[in-house]
Design a protein around this ligand. Structure first.
Ligand SMILES: *[C@@H]1O[C@H](CO)[C@@H](O)[C@H](O)[C@H]1NC(C)=O
Length: 332
């Protein structure tokens, strides 16, 4: 598998990036949203992935616990890490799966907040544009799904990255699956523009916390394991820009890996429905803080000094939690 960007290309990109920055083109091309903090300056949200199965495989149980925890934490929104509709995304804007797997499942009052969603590889097997259509937002105003976008909440900035087009095998060895690459081709242009946009957006961010969200794993011991294409192309950008957290789905598990080589926390929340795959790869125990092969979801509560991450199972039991603190460097 070849790296998507060769050295001269990277040099050119960083040259172009610095040119852009010096000319005050600090706004990246990615769509931007803003979400206000609570009056106490904090923010809380849930993270769920790999869910849309019409309530089956414990999706409904996960949903009802999300409702309870969501209420307890007074969440501001929900993040979906993709694979929103199984098996093959949505067939069109009138696909009833949108109700069967989303609107009629996440019915708790606390979950009637915006759902910021990326696309997973299964979503790409359906009508991608339908899933991103504003008409879906008319059907259920919670639904915000785009390929890549930025969510700014003052102290924290989220960078949602469309990871499916990075994965070589969907192009070279799709098997019986048909992917909807409309809007993604030519692929190399799409990917280099996206990487450039993410890099620029990260560089121009003044948020205390930087959280990147994608569907595919960067570090994972699950069935899919690491996504080599993201390790090669996306990870260096995250490392160069002091990203705090990378959150993903794809592996149907809950997982927390702390990398010894960087300060990025790698969190997998892909337990929204079908799980229990039972095959866990070996991983350095120093880095592997938590792995759970069953269903569940995550909550995050943060303010400018600390971020608290909690993992829950289908009973709402806490399986794992950890906190990250920020050191403040006084400028006076
Ligand atoms: C639902 O969750 C329970 C508790 O974790 C588990 O034992 C059961 O296997 C799950 N069912 C399915 C279909 O995954």
């Amino acid at each position: 598998m070849a790296a998507l960007l060769n050295k001269p290309m990277l040099l050119f990109l960083s040259f172009a990036a610095s040119l852009f920055l010096c000319c005050h083109f600090s706004e990246a091309a990615l769509p931007r949203f803003h979400h206000p903090l609570k009056t106490d300056g904090s923010l809380s949200f849930l993270v769920v992935g790999d869910w849309g199965r019409k309530g089956l495989f414990n999706q409904s149980k996960v949903a009802s616990q999300m409702g309870i925890i969501g209420e307890k934490l007074d969440i501001d929104f929900v993040i979906s890490t993709g694979d929103n509709f199984y098996e093959d995304g949505l067939m069109g804007i009138n696909d009833y799966a949108f109700y069967d797997s989303f609107s009629n499942i996440y019915t708790a009052p606390s979950l009637q907040k915006t759902w910021y969603s990326v696309l997973g590889n299964h979503d790409y097997r359906g009508d991608v544009e339908a899933q991103m259509s504003p008409i879906l937002r008319e059907k259920d105003k919670r639904w915000v799904c785009m390929r890549s976008f930025i969510l700014n909440a003052d102290i924290v900035e989220f960078f949602f990255v469309d990871t499916t087009p990075f994965v070589d095998k969907y192009f070279t060895d799709p098997g019986d699956n048909v992917y909807d690459w409309k809007g993604v081709l030519p692929r190399n242009n799409y990917l280099s523009n996206l990487l450039n946009d993410v890099d620029l957006a990260l560089k121009s961010s003044s948020a205390i916390w930087k959280i990147v969200v994608g569907h595919h794993t960067i570090k994972s011991a699950g069935q899919h394991g690491i996504t080599e294409e993201l390790v090669v192309n996306l990870l260096p950008i995250l490392q160069a820009n002091n990203v705090d957290v990378y959150m993903n789905g794809h592996d149907h598990c809950l997982e927390h890996i702390s990398c010894s080589k960087s300060k990025i926390e790698f969190l997998t929340s892909g337990g929204g429905s079908k799980a229990w795959r039972g095959n866990v790869k070996e991983w350095n125990p120093e880095e592997m803080k938590f792995y759970y092969d069953g269903q569940g979801f995550m909550s995050v509560q943060l303010d400018e000094a600390k971020a608290n991450f909690v993992y829950y199972d289908v009973f709402g039991e806490v399986l794992h939690q950890f906190m990250v603190s920020k050191e403040f460097h006084s400028t006076s």
